[in-house]
Design a protein around this ligand. Structure first.
Ligand SMILES: O=C[C@H](O)[C@@H](O)[C@@H](O)[C@H](O)C(=O)O
Length: 428
């Protein structure tokens, strides 16, 4: 293989592609739902159990997937899980009832839970500290791209073939990605296309104490206050993601009386905004580091806080007179959420060893998804009596609490903070 300059950006691009296929696969069901519910005679309540099976599997499995990646390595680990979620997606086409669909969905959720821990682990292994924010944002942007691509692709497959074909295609894309991954991916220690210069740039830009290779220990991770310092803000932040993903179309239809055509025309916009949010968080932190000389951790905390302040905008969604203003506020919410979410997700690689980043990111993800689940159940239980407004207001405030926790719970090593303050130039 010839040497490739800036290889790390190609690698994170490949991981982003993997995240896109991961989100495409999981989003297929929602788009195909109207057709397949009718054909398989599945009720709305049974459909909610199918969705629940995915959420439960995904929530529980994130640390398990992260741990497997930490132990057997990214190349084989990510490939195994990608094959599993792709084959399970394709198998959806064989389901004949809601029960078999729910089983497939639960298992698929477990395999899909690899995406974020794998992305974080790649970021930790391949990037110097100063670039991790942007790298983390780039692969995480794949989530929204996948969610945006699903509707046109799935509708096209259903119109030209049938709903089964939609699952076959999105699953097959995951397999194609796996072949690419197995062909192109190697760790930075042995990638034949990595130049010596770039390898030095990567290792010299990483914190020495994070490069050691102890195996992850669950007990030890859960005892650290830095873990809770990132996991609790995720618990408080992720309800926004769940709300934008699962509830906003329903809100637009039932409260703003939008028809399907209007929803199709506008509902992807918050995800586009979310993509920008993903990409902005890292560079904002780097900019602050460069201009003020503050430590990396403080710069991340500032970026998160900015996102949290911006998240006040969606608190006003329910008060907007026009549906279009409400939509604009939802978009600000998508942007702000991913700006702060990417930032806190990336902090797993700022605070934990490369050999345990997968497990830590997975555990924090479990907290995030638990927050999503609780919030979603609360909306489901209360929306018919109190409406959506209190929930939007709540979303606006939760991240401010998250910011306070991030500032108070996370402790950075004194020597790192001092080094950053003494040599601000080293930060970029
Ligand atoms: O809050 C949302 C996150 O940033 C989102 O992009 C992913 O982490 C998502 O939760 C997932 O696990 O697929």
């Amino acid at each position: 293989m010839p040497k490739i300059r800036h290889l790390r950006w190609w690698i994170i691009g490949l991981v982003c592609l993997g995240t896109i296929t991961n989100y495409l696969a999981r989003s297929t069901l929602g788009v195909a739902a109207p057709t397949l519910l009718k054909e398989l005679d599945i009720s709305t309540q049974q459909y909610s159990w199918i969705l629940g099976a995915f959420q439960a599997g995904y929530t529980i499995a994130q640390p398990i997937c992260g741990y497997v990646l930490d132990v057997i390595g990214l190349k084989i680990g990510f490939a195994l899980f990608a094959v599993a979620w792709s084959v399970l997606t394709m198998a959806h086409g064989l389901a004949g009832s809601w029960v078999s669909m729910a089983w497939l969905r639960g298992l698929m959720g477990m395999a899909e839970a690899t995406a974020i821990p794998a992305g974080m682990k790649t970021t930790a292994e391949w990037f110097p500290a100063k670039e991790r924010g942007l790298a983390g944002g780039l692969f995480n942007a794949g989530t929204s791209v996948g969610a945006m691509l699903a509707p046109p692709l799935v509708v096209w497959a259903i119109l030209n073939y049938n709903w089964q074909a939609a699952f076959l295609i999105t699953g097959a894309l995951g397999l194609v990605w796996t072949v690419l991954w197995l062909w192109f991916y190697q760790g930075p220690d042995k990638h034949p296309a990595l130049t010596d210069e770039e390898r030095t740039l990567i290792t010299s830009g990483q914190e020495t104490h994070l490069q050691t290779g102890a195996k992850p220990s669950l007990k030890q991770i859960l005892r650290q206050r830095n873990f809770w310092g990132i996991a609790l803000p995720r618990f408080l932040a992720d309800p926004a993601w769940g709300t934008f993903t699962f509830w906003v179309p329903l809100y637009l239809a039932s409260v703003r009386h939008w028809d399907l055509k209007q929803i199709a025309m506008f509902a992807w916009l918050p995800f586009l905004a979310a993509d920008f949010g993903c990409i902005v968080g890292g560079p904002v932190a780097s900019f602050l580091q460069r201009t003020t000389g503050m430590s990396l951790i403080n710069a991340r905390r500032c970026a998160f806080t900015m996102g949290a302040v911006l998240m006040l905008a969606p608190a006003f969604i329910g008060f907007a007179d026009s549906a279009y203003t409400a939509m604009a506020l939802i978009c600000v919410g998508g942007f702000a959420h991913q700006m702060l979410s990417t930032t806190v997700i990336t902090m797993a690689s700022d605070l934990f060893r490369r050999s345990e980043v997968g497990t830590v990111a997975g555990l924090a993800g479990t907290c995030g998804w638990t927050g999503q689940l609780i919030f979603s159940l609360m909306i489901g239980a209360l929306v018919s009596t109190i409406g959506y407004n209190p929930f939007f207001v709540c979303l606006g405030l939760l991240d401010l609490v998250g910011a306070v926790l991030l500032w108070t719970l996370v402790r950075e090593r004194k020597e790192d903070a001092a080094a950053a303050a003494a040599t601000p130039q080293a930060a970029h």
